[in-house]
Design a protein around this ligand. Structure first.
Ligand SMILES: [Fe+2]
Ligand SMILES: [Fe+2]
Length: 192
């Protein structure tokens, strides 16, 4: 198949062919939304950033122990450009691939992937159970509390912020803002 510019509809169809678990779909939607938000802020192509955010964990449910070893062939079989494949691979840099994030898109995906999980966890322990009133400082307070959301790799997030040359505060603020428009779809609208 010749390479083309994948649409959001196509990305969603391919994703939901391979991913059924609601928590992973919520994660995909959260990452997509944050990628779109940061792309718009930077004047970048928010559709491209969003599509890559949506698809980034394509092979995780089917191959949790071989994450990102199967995604490239699936995407190529659908005619996705190498630029997209590379960006997906770069989110696993030093975790399960050796593809270093170099573009702003790649660095952003690498940085926010784990952070969306910490932000979601921080929202769920608020009285409102909502991301809509979540302050940056509530997330920062959980940073060194390793008993809280222990699966979230803080070092990766810090390394990502370093690659982007921005503060952790700014990265957290962008992640919260980006997730707000999809709060309902990802189960973080709370009880208001
Ligand atoms: Fe991943
Ligand atoms: Fe992810």
């Amino acid at each position: 198949m010749t390479s083309h510019n994948p649409t959001r509809e196509e990305a969603w169809a391919i994703l939901t062919d391979h991913v059924k678990r609601p928590s992973l779909l919520h994660h995909a939607l959260a990452v997509e939304a944050v990628m779109r938000h940061i792309a718009r802020k930077r004047g970048a192509d928010d559709d491209m950033w969003g599509v890559i955010g949506l698809i980034h964990d394509l092979d995780y449910e089917e191959h949790p122990d071989e994450h990102l070893r199967h995604a490239p062939e699936i995407l190529r079989s659908h005619g996705w450009p190498e630029e997209h494949v590379r960006a997906v691979l770069a989110h696993g840099w030093e975790l399960c691939t050796d593809v270093e994030p170099v573009t702003e898109l790649e660095k952003t995906l690498f940085s926010i992937d784990e952070l969306t999980g910490l932000v979601a966890a921080a929202a769920l322990v608020r009285p409102s159970r909502s991301i809509l009133d979540l302050p940056v400082k509530s997330v920062l307070k959980k940073w060194t509390d390793r008993a809280f959301a222990g699966g979230v790799n803080r070092e990766v997030i810090e390394k990502g912020a370093g690659l982007l040359g921005i503060s952790l505060e700014e990265l957290i603020a962008d992640t919260i803002e980006g997730m707000k428009p999809v709060a309902e779809q990802i189960g973080l609208k709370g009880n208001r």
